[in-house]
Design a protein around this ligand. Structure first.
Ligand SMILES: NC(=O)c1ccc[n+]([C@@H]2O[C@H](COP(=O)([O-])OP(=O)(O)OC[C@H]3O[C@@H](n4cnc5c(N)ncnc54)[C@H](O)[C@@H]3O)[C@@H](O)[C@H]2O)c1
Length: 254
């Protein structure tokens, strides 16, 4: 039997990139998937359906408490529960500290950290009632390496690690595990579409420079993370909680 047979998984930021890869893998492993994004998730929905599972695409800005409340109602109406919650949607603007305004700071925190709190509030009580649940939060290896121009981002992703540990402790006896996964620079629409750092000609050059700091010297792709996330969502990972798993090709640590 597939490891996630008939589970209901919800993935934020599911239109592209990591979120799309997680949704596809969950469906291949037997789960029905709620696809949450501010953009249409048609392509991801097709992937889920091609694996023979149900897709529920929802346009939702997860930084809004009201919108997340509505999302929870819709999921409850359609599936009756959410077993697996993946907090994946995030932004990563590069800005030197002296250029970050408080509005920039708040924008990053609102999506990368506040939204994780909002979805946890919306979906974890149901998991606790049913005595089974999995929460997987996407952090970043930047929390653990030297990376300039990312003050707000690193603070938000460090917050995700802290929130993961705190929630794991509160829900430890309820059959609900909470873990984080931290990738390094990965080819996604979000990273491919941005400007390379000063001194680099292209994003390709930047991807390769970062890959050279890894033990495995190739550029990470979203599917590198999907199996790990699916494992954390499975019964096999029932005794693992509060952890941050670095899936970064063995990035050199400092
Ligand atoms: N790509 C990398 O190199 C990398 C490395 C480390 C960590 N991460 C983390 O992985 C996660 C996904 O990254 P990605 O590269 O796949 O991103 P991406 O930019 O390719 O995709 C992010 C998705 O989130 C959606 N989104 C944005 N704001 C939203 C909102 N308010 N509500 C709902 N959805 C929203 C976007 O529409 C988009 O579809 C992020 O949390 C990111 O910080 C990425």
């Amino acid at each position: 039997m597939p490891s996630l047979q008939n589970k209901i998984a919800l993935v934020t930021g599911a239109a592209v990139g990591f979120g799309q890869a997680f949704a596809q893998r969950f469906a291949q492993d037997g789960a029905h998937v709620v696809l949450v994004d501010i953009k249409p998730c048609d392509e991801t929905a097709k992937m889920v359906e091609a694996a023979g599972r149900e897709a529920m695409p929802v346009i939702c800005d997860i930084t809004s408490e009201e919108a997340v409340g509505y999302l929870a109602m819709e999921v409850d109406r359609r599936f009756g529960c959410c077993d697996i919650l993946v907090n994946n949607a995030g932004i990563y603007p590069i800005q030197p500290f002296d250029q970050i305004t408080f509005a920039d700071w708040r924008r990053v925190m609102a999506l990368n950290l506040d939204a994780v709190f909002l979805t946890a509030k919306a979906f974890m009580p149901g998991m606790k009632r049913r005595g089974w649940g999995r929460v997987i939060n996407i952090s970043s290896s930047t929390f653990n390496v030297v990376a300039s121009g990312y003050t707000h981002y690193i603070a938000s992703k460090g917050g995700v690690v802290g929130l993961t540990r705190a929630l794991a402790t509160e829900f430890g006896n309820d059959g609900v595990t909470v873990n984080a996964v931290a990738p390094s620079l990965t080819r996604t629409p979000g990273t491919e579409g941005r400007q390379p750092r000063a001194g680099r000609e292209s994003m390709d050059e930047e991807f390769l420079a970062l890959a050279n700091l890894q033990a495995i010297k190739r550029v990470q792709v979203p599917s590198d993370l999907a199996g790990v996330v699916s494992f954390l969502a499975s019964d096999d990972a029932a005794f693992m909680t509060g952890q941050t798993i670095y899936v970064d090709g063995g990035m050199v640590r400092v």
